[in-house]
Design a protein around this ligand. Structure first.
Ligand code: ZN
Ligand code: FE
Length: 254
């Protein structure tokens, strides 16, 4: 079984520590900074075997070199981004399999936020590490790609089971809910999710992970796939892609 611990760093970043419970093998997803990871390893008496990066932004790779130097770990990332991901030792491509002890993940190429963004999907463990592609009730800004590329990347989520836990790299949930409310108004399910998130944040707990089933239902950037939802937000005559692009543009200026 794969165990995940969430480290909260910088303003709103999450670093995920993955530990295979059988072998005690430990990897880190997107170490924005090194110190909290080093502290975690020491407190839990673990050795870091690898860093898995989702994309090259500094708030995801900032701790790479220090961790590599201090622990001797391997560094995995999207191959063509080798020059942008510090210390890369293992270039990855779409469809590659990686493992954390007995748990395996498939690498999914998901450009849009950047042109080299990847997701790590642990199918059997029902967990997906999505970097800045999907957020709870939101999605990443389209910095390097096109809205069409981002939409194609998001479409991967429709092929994953609803119970999949989604590990997003930022705590943006409440701000995203405020935006979603401008689209759907007083939605009972969204309100009840907001209450839950407010409670968690009030206790100082992350709202992450979220689940894919909830996101398909409440996240405007996934829900647009449904004609009923498009009707509801006044985009009846638009395609999923056009509606997605429109909402993404609105959110950019929210
Ligand atoms: Zn980013
Ligand atoms: Fe980020």
């Amino acid at each position: 079984m794969l165990h995940v611990d969430v480290l909260s760093v910088l303003t709103d970043n999450y670093i995920f520590m993955l530990v295979d419970e059988t072998t005690q093998i430990c990897v880190v997803i997107d170490p924005a900074v090194a110190d909290p990871v080093l502290d975690y390893l020491e407190q839990n008496n673990l050795t870091l075997s690898a860093i898995y990066n989702t994309h090259h932004h500094n708030d995801h790779v900032g701790g790479n070199l220090e961790l590599k130097e201090k622990t001797g770990c391997e560094v995995y990332g999207y191959g063509p981004d080798r020059d942008r991901i510090p210390g890369m030792t293992h270039p990855l491509k779409e469809g590659d399999m990686i493992s954390v002890g007995d748990s395996q993940a498939v690498v999914i190429f998901a450009p849009g936020h950047t042109l080299g963004h990847i997701l790590y999907h642990f199918e059997k463990d029902r967990k997906c590490f999505v970097g800045d592609t999907l957020f709870s009730i939101g999605c990443g800004r389209v910095f390097e790609g096109t809205p069409a590329q981002m939409w194609q990347s998001l479409e991967h989520f429709f092929h994953m089971p609803d119970e999949t836990e989604i590990y997003c790299a930022h705590e943006y949930t409440l701000a995203n809910i405020r935006f979603a409310e401008t689209l759907v108004g007083e939605d009972v399910d969204l309100l009840s999710y907001k209450e839950k998130c407010l409670e968690k944040q009030g206790r100082g707990d992350p709202t992450i992970p979220t689940t894919l089933g909830l996101e398909k239902h409440l996240n405007p950037f996934l829900a647009v796939v449904s004609a009923d939802y498009r009707d509801h937000i006044g985009f009846s005559s638009s395609s999923s892609l056009d509606s997605f692009a429109n909402i993404r543009a609105q959110k950019d200026h929210f």
